[in-house]
Design a protein around this ligand. Structure first.
Ligand code: XMP
Length: 443
């Protein structure tokens, strides 16, 4: 038995699907966003359904054709709220539908009262959305989806794949096979922690692949950022394929897709899913059914889900980390020694941010080591070493970003520690560029 009531938001190309989902969840009722062309069988598989919000608006045409709700939806016997979408009242009366129609309120308070009326009075939904209920429902849904079949997961150690791993371990235990590829571009101690938490503490079926040398080999002498990203991405897929083939055949692939990966794409949802959401772009000929238990969660909800599952705050409140890892922070052609300077300076930065109480409040912070050297002096002798660049930014959606104004005392402490402790470094610089004009990462 599912524990949660569900309100479905039908995506008709609106840019406000997230706002709508947030507003319904703000009332304590779980909501899911589904595309306008959802199939009847997918629809029937949604358990606990209480009502539908048809979220229309200006973008509801594709290639010149107006998109509409699926015709069978009118016979689903559910209360419907039409936002910015025309309703044929005669047809509705024919189908004996409980219908409410409104324009999208610009004000959040007014939206909330409209939704309260719809969700609680029309749909008679209960405010029973909690993380405990969400986890219980997902465990049941995962078991129903995969039965006794094995499931494969690429476990990077990032927040999303970690939460998915914990959820699947709870649902199907040893049926889950995790593969962790250490591409040598991980932060200090990160791979070790994946092995410790998932392999040892949670007892997962975990294959750890030490592939650092293989990646560095492929990347040797490659300075172009796009080429570096491509090499890292395709090598990752190759290693993952090789290792998973050794484990046998899988019908199911689990992924840490989260809602922002698929949101706000309106009717282009399908395309965006492709580019974003597979593990660094898994090849099309890998035939898997996807298991994506957190695809309707926002980032803060993913974190709450991780805490509910017993993951540590350290793991769950981790800052975003790019797929190509430290590889895009070791500017130009990567070398083992300069990569080590990135890793060590990043570890010092993280330690000092935590000590200063900034680790939760600053959105993303890291170090970059460019491929240049400058003259310095150490122990009365001339040195010729790299600089470390500190970048600390705040953002809501990573599309634009502001620079965090760091306390001078912290900057001085970072400078003295990094120049003293990181081999091959004689200067520390701070990147004060917002996005735009700089991107958050340097490559
Ligand atoms: P930029 O540098 O484009 O970064 O301003 C925006 C955010 O995205 C992260 N980022 C990535 N994340 N795979 C990821 O999963 C990637 O290839 C990638 N590149 C950048 C970046 O760290 C920042 O948070």
């Amino acid at each position: 038995m599912m524990k949660q009531d569900v309100i479905v938001i039908l995506d008709l190309g609106s840019e406000d699907n997230s706002r709508m989902a947030r507003a319904v969840r703000g009332l304590g009722v779980y909501s899911e966003i589904h595309p306008h062309d959802i199939s009847k069988s997918e629809w029937d598989a949604i358990a606990g359904l209480r009502g539908v919000i048809v979220n229309g608006g200006a973008n509801n045409t594709v290639g010149g054709f107006a998109i509409d709700i699926p015709p069978w939806l009118l016979d689903a016997g559910l209360p419907m709220l039409f936002i910015d979408h025309p309703v044929d009242v005669v047809t509705a009366a024919d189908h004996a539908l409980l219908i409410r129609e409104a324009a999208l309120p610009p004000d959040d308070e007014i939206l909330a009262s409209l939704l309260r009326l719809f969700v609680f009075t029309d749909c008679k939904a209960e405010a029973n959305w909690t993380m405990a209920n969400f986890v219980a429902d997902q465990v049941e849904a995962i078991r129903r989806q995969v039965g006794d079949k094995p499931v494969l997961l690429a476990l990077s150690g990032g927040v999303d794949s970690s939460v998915v791993a914990a959820l699947l371990i709870k649902a199907i235990g040893k049926q889950l096979h995790c593969v962790h590829v250490n591409h040598g571009l991980m932060r200090k101690d990160e791979s070790e922690e994946v092995v410790k938490v998932f392999g040892e503490e949670l007892g997962a079926n975990l294959v750890y692949v030490e592939a650092a040398a293989r990646f560095l080999d492929k990347l040797a002498g490659v300075a172009d950022p796009e080429e570096k990203r491509m090499i890292i991405g395709s090598e990752f897929i190759r290693v993952f394929e090789e290792e998973s083939a050794k484990l046998g055949h899988f019908d199911f692939l689990a992924q840490g897709t989260i809602y922002p990966d698929i949101a706000e794409s309106g009717t282009k949802t399908a395309e965006v899913v492709k580019s974003h959401h597979n593990v660094g772009g898994l090849p099309e000929d890998m035939q898997f059914a996807l298991v994506e238990p957190i695809k309707f969660l926002f980032k803060d909800e993913v974190r709450a889900c991780g805490i509910e599952l017993g993951l540590s705050a350290d793991m769950v409140y981790r800052q975003p980390f790019p797929g190509p890892g430290l590889g895009v922070r070791c500017i130009g052609a990567i070398t083992a020694d300069r990569l080590e300077a990135v890793r060590e300076s990043d570890a010092i930065l993280r330690e000092e941010f935590a000590a200063a109480g900034l680790d939760r409040s600053v959105w993303q912070y890291f170090t970059v080591v460019p491929d240049i050297k400058s003259t310095g002096v150490r122990d009365g002798k001339r040195s010729f070493d790299w600089p470390v660049i500190i970048r600390a930014v705040n953002t809501v959606d990573a599309m634009t970003a502001d620079v965090e104004e760091l306390p001078w005392s912290l900057i001085k402490r970072l400078t003295s520690r990094i120049t003293a402790e990181v081999k091959g470094v004689n200067r520390v610089l701070i990147d004060v560029t917002p996005k735009p004009t700089g991107t958050i990462e340097w490559e």
